[in-house]
Ligand binder design. Sequence first.
Ligand SMILES: NC(=O)c1ccc[n+]([C@@H]2O[C@H](COP(=O)([O-])OP(=O)(O)OC[C@H]3O[C@@H](n4cnc5c(N)ncnc54)[C@H](OP(=O)(O)O)[C@@H]3O)[C@@H](O)[C@H]2O)c1
Length: 384
Amino acid sequence: MLSAITLAFPFIILVAVLLFYKWRFRSLFPVESPIPKSVQSGPAQHAQAAILRSKKGPYILVHDYPRPRISSKEILIRNRAVGLNPIDWKCVTYGFGVHELPWISGRESAGVVEEVGADVNDFQIGERVWVASTNYRDNRTSTFQEYVAALPFNVGRLPDWISFEQGATLGVACVAAAGALYDSLAIPWPTNPPYTCGFEAVVEQDRPWILIWGASSVTGMMAIQFAKLSNLRVFAVAGSHNSPDLYNLGANVVVDRHKPEEVLEKARNLRIELGVDCIGKETATYAVRALQPGSKLVYLVQRPDQDALEQAGTEATDVLIKRFHEDQTYGSNLVNFLSHHLFAQTLRPVKFEIVEGGLGAIEEGLQRLRDQAVSGKRLIVRVE
Ligand SMILES: NC(=O)c1ccc[n+]([C@@H]2O[C@H](COP(=O)([O-])OP(=O)(O)OC[C@H]3O[C@@H](n4cnc5c(N)ncnc54)[C@H](OP(=O)(O)O)[C@@H]3O)[C@@H](O)[C@H]2O)c1
């Protein structure tokens, strides 16, 4: 008996070591399908998706994820390009917003309408569209997959001059920047054609200023364009290497973000009363100090320091991004406004870079965002 155990011992150790290495390098092994066998009936039911099988990641490409089923009020889009956003790595790194496993992230894409619900009249199969997905709780509406379900009022048509890759940069930044200006800062909102609005000053020196801290972020670059459409003058704070692009989008002044004291001095001279911070607590607090006392500031990431706010008497608000899907009138107005300006070419998608490797390259792209190695552009993956 003892000698049998002695003989089996090396074998048991070998199996244990192999199992450990299989677990340790699990991302290299083929992934088991998350779909119960009973619904794996035909190829049309399955699609690629980059899923989280653990809250800590990584995103893993699977080829047999269930294709989302749509209700009669929804449409299904076959994604051709998908945008990568900071939220897609933050939810993993900081452990929030992953409500079940497997989980799908991804908040924006562009593609072609594949299916239309019975109650939907305003889209046709085959139309080229972009989508912003703000419903974080429904995996069907997440874009890190081949097909995505969407409410029609959250989907816009793509003009011919905009590629799928450019279209995939639009969603989150457009909804966030428009929400920052038109909802949080309550800048006059263009709800009807011709979708021009805002301050009526016709003389350049009467147009109000808006400060945008982090103006070379994709959200910041959209905010610059909306501010111009609203007849505002833009004071942009960004890395100086991005200045030419920001002037091109409509900024009036660009000041180097690495020289905050210079920013404060120049901004105070212009007596700016509206501000957007796209970066975090420190920059939002600088923005409070740069604005006039009693100003209005909207922050996308973190609220400014409370003492600074009280000292300046400045009002700070965040962006209620989920209003885009929860409030149909608001969502429709926003999509109509964006569509009008995209077709008129008075609104431009920002630069993008393709991360090669399709949905399987999402983890690599998100690591670059996590490392803050992306400047003045959106990373995109193609759905291959
Ligand atoms: N609350 C919401 O609903 C909501 C919605 C959308 C986005 N967000 C958040 O808003 C932030 C921006 O998102 P995004 O996708 O637009 O970002 P992004 O394009 O990935 O941002 C990259 C840019 O950030 C700039 N940057 C980094 N640190 C900076 C600093 N200290 N000061 C000024 N600029 C700085 C860099 O500027 P340079 O290279 O020029 O130096 C770079 O161009 C993210 O944190 C995102 O999670 C929130």
